[in-house]
Write a protein that binds this ligand. Structure first.
Ligand SMILES: O=C(O)CCC(=O)C1=CC=C[C@@H](O)[C@@H]1C(=O)O
Ligand SMILES: [Mg+2]
Length: 371
């Protein structure tokens, strides 16, 4: 049994090296919650919330996460006995939605559990890979020239896949320009819900660019219209914002709404549900990759661990720390060699906290003790 005695919430604010622009908005500062769970012997596990400061990507925010953690999830956790991290998801099912908040503390419990088992989080999750392939997500750039320069730089640094953001009026030109310079690279487009079924004819034009996928072309939460769209275009659809559970994946597969899944631990409520989604995708031969939410090092470490499972067959958005921050909150930082990141073999997430950086970026904190 893992008796959690203390939980510490730290409200963090970090400055991204480059503003990140998508069809839903621009992120420059990254606010997030660093969650620490401590057992009686003083051992700690860490998790990270992925919600943004505004409800643009989905309905949660850092503030709603802070509320849900403080007023519902932590009080429940501190009066429960946990035999295994899977118990946390069962316990939290009592509350609807709030997936980012649930995942932030469930991930910390998984980290603590792996440390107590003296195994890496990757191993605790069933991971088998020693390295993971890394792709990069390129935000919307002011000009095509800037975009092409960024793509060229990323390819030189070894990224295995390029993901570009598209939106109506900023799509075919971007794809044409990239394919003109880089005809053979692994290229995908992320629409972040920017289109509707009225755009079927327009979206059919994407087929000429040989994309590995188009990510979330239609409304967040939708799986019905995506099935109609997939029946009308060749490019494989990948769902992101529509998927919050293994049940959503099952229905999407049955309807033919998707051929690829972007898994985000925070979007599905944690690592236990992520494992269920992984197993379902393997069962149905649906390629899986790990999306990103501009995480700092703790969230990045969790993404690396889940991506070590064998069903993650496509490069994810888990770029190295230096792609996002001048200094990360973990030691060592996440680094990449030739488009590959080593999966840590040390206990838990496999990184220490850079406490000087944590202190520097912490805005406020709150400590909760078992009653
Ligand atoms: O973390 C990364 O580098 C990927 C970032 C990224 O592509 C996204 C982050 C957050 C929400 C979205 O805008 C977008 C996505 O849809 O994957
Ligand atoms: Mg996406």
């Amino acid at each position: 049994m893992m008796e959690i005695k203390t939980v510490v919430l730290r409200y963090m604010k970090m400055k991204l090296l480059h503003p990140f622009k998508t069809s839903v908005g621009v992120e420059q500062d990254k606010d997030f919650i660093l969650v620490e769970v401590k057992s009686a012997d003083g051992q700690s596990g860490f998790g990270e919330s992925v919600a943004s400061i505004s409800p643009l990507f989905h309905e949660e925010t850092v503030q709603t996460n802070w509320h849900m953690l403080s007023d519902y999830l932590i009080p429940l956790l501190l009066k429960s006995d946990i035999q295994h991290p899977d118990d946390v998801t069962k316990m939290f099912d009592h509350f609807r939605g709030n997936y980012n908040a649930k995942a932030a503390i469930e991930g910390a419990v998984w980290d603590l559990y792996a440390k107590k088992q003296n195994m890496s989080l990757a191993t605790a999750l069933g991971g088998t890979k020693k390295q993971i392939e890394v792709g990069v997500s390129v935000g919307i750039q002011e000009t095509e020239a800037k975009l092409l320069k960024k793509v060229e730089g990323y390819l030189e640094r070894g990224f295995k896949r390029i993901k570009v953001k598209v939106m109506p009026e900023r799509d075919l030109d971007i794809l044409q320009a990239i394919r003109g310079e880089f005809p053979d690279i692994q290229l995908m487009a992320d629409a972040n819900c920017a289109y509707t079924l009225a755009d079927i004819e327009h979206l059919r034009k994407f087929d000429e660019f040989g994309l590995t996928m188009i990510e979330q072309p239609l409304a967040h939460g939708d799986i019905v219209d995506h099935a109609q769209l997939q029946a009308n275009i060749e490019t494989p659809i990948c769902l992101d914002e529509s998927i919050h559970s293994a049940e959503d994946v099952r229905k999407s597969i049955e309807l033919g709404s998707t051929k690829i899944i972007n898994l985000k631990i925070g979007r599905v409520g944690g690592l236990t549900e992520s494992k269920k989604i992984h197993d379902l995708c393997v069962q149905h031969n649906i390629p899986l990759w790990c999306g990103g939410m501009l995480e700092a090092g703790v969230g990045r470490a969790h993404n690396i661990a889940i991506t070590s499972l064998p069903g993650f067959t496509l490069p994810g958005d888990t770029a190295p720390s230096a792609h996002y921050w001048d200094e990360d909150i973990i030691l060592p930082e996440v680094t990449m060699n030739d488009g590959l990141i080593d999966v840590p073999t040390t206990p838990g997430i496999g990184f220490d906290l850079n406490w000087d950086k944590v202190e520097e970026c912490m805005v406020h904190s709150r400590v909760f003790h078992r009653g």
